[in-house]
Ligand binder design. Structure first.
Ligand SMILES: NC(=O)c1ccc[n+]([C@@H]2O[C@H](COP(=O)([O-])OP(=O)(O)OC[C@H]3O[C@@H](n4cnc5c(N)ncnc54)[C@H](OP(=O)(O)O)[C@@H]3O)[C@@H](O)[C@H]2O)c1
Length: 274
């Protein structure tokens, strides 16, 4: 497993209570299923009632529904999660949605919704769940971000900004929580075999990085929590991209312009190329 570890392992999953957002599909469903194998009580959040119920049932856990675009629904989700077993020991903030296309043709609602789901909901849930963890001196916060937030991607400006914001939030919290008994991990996937790309409106068509399975990401989440890992890139070699950008920004940006995503055809200032 590639990543850095500066924290003591903070919690045992067995017997604990874990809230996984976006557990109704893809990575979140795989995380809920992997967590269930550890003996933790799973609280499976989703928006789609049938898929959320099915995942919750497969984990022996409890389904919780909320549309994370709505801050009041986020607060209700936190309260409902705390009410099930009286505490939440692990938050896996995984729910997210993408958007592909030039920033200037996004609607204001699309921008707000993406920031609300991918950034604000995770910050707000943390705000609600963290005090109990600090009080009990045990807990873990795990955020699923994206390589897009570390490198920037044409056509994904708001998505990348949300994920970069989540990264900075997690990095800061980890520093703030030293000695508190609460750990913080960040999972940084590149491309994962889920319905994410279809849902965002444009399939993944590049050769590299090759998609990894949702279960591989799920195993990384469990390992990160159990061992107190700070961050994990999936696949591991993708950590090179932000490192190169940091030490050699000009060549990195030239290569990105040449080989990166293209969203705007020459001569069509207003249009999407795909
Ligand atoms: N797939 C990739 O290649 C990839 C790469 C890097 C990072 N990630 C990140 O990994 C995380 C999981 O993505 P995935 O690949 O598993 O995608 P996915 O299969 O599309 O699943 C997304 C999950 O987020 C939930 N969600 C989306 N919008 C929501 C909303 N408004 N309110 C509540 N829940 C909402 C969905 O719930 P419903 O289905 O019930 O609506 C679903 O459970 C995301 O944060 C994504 O940014 C994915």
């Amino acid at each position: 497993m590639t990543g850095t570890t500066t924290q003591e392992a903070t919690m045992r999953l067995a017997g604990g209570v874990s809230l996984v957002t976006g557990a109704s599909a893809g990575i979140g469903a795989a995380v809920a299923q992997r967590l269930a194998l550890t003996g933790t009580h799973v609280l499976a959040h989703g928006r789609d009632p049938e898929r959320t119920a099915a995942v919750a049932e497969s984990t022996g856990g409890v389904p919780l529904l909320a549309d994370l675009r709505d801050p009041a629904a986020v607060d209700r989700l936190a309260d409902e999660a705390l009410a099930v077993h009286g505490r939440v020991d692990l938050l896996v903030a995984n729910a997210g949605c993408g958007h592909s296309g030039p920033f200037d043709v996004m609607t204001a609602d699309e921008i707000d919704d993406l920031l609300a789901v991918d950034l604000t909901s995770a910050v707000r849930l943390t705000h609600r769940l963290l005090p109990g963890m600090i009080e009990r001196r045990i807990g873990h916060l795990c955020y699923v971000t994206s390589i897009a937030g570390r490198t920037g991607v044409a056509g994904e400006a708001v998505y990348a900004a949300a994920k970069a914001g989540l990264d900075a939030f997690a990095e800061s919290l980890r520093l703030e929580l030293v000695g508190s008994g609460v750990g913080v991990s960040v999972i940084v996937p590149a491309v994962v075999e889920t319905g994410f790309f279809e849902r965002r409106g444009r399939p993944y068509e590049r050769r590299s990085p090759r998609p990894v399975s949702a279960d591989r990401v799920a195993r990384a989440v469990v390992d990160a929590v159990e061992t107190g890992r700070d961050e994990v890139f999936l696949p591991g070699w993708t950590r090179v991209a932000p490192a190169v950008r940091a030490v050699a920004p000009a060549p990195y940006r030239a290569l990105s312009r040449r080989f990166g995503e293209q969203v705007r055809s020459a001569g069509t200032p207003e249009g999407r190329s795909s």
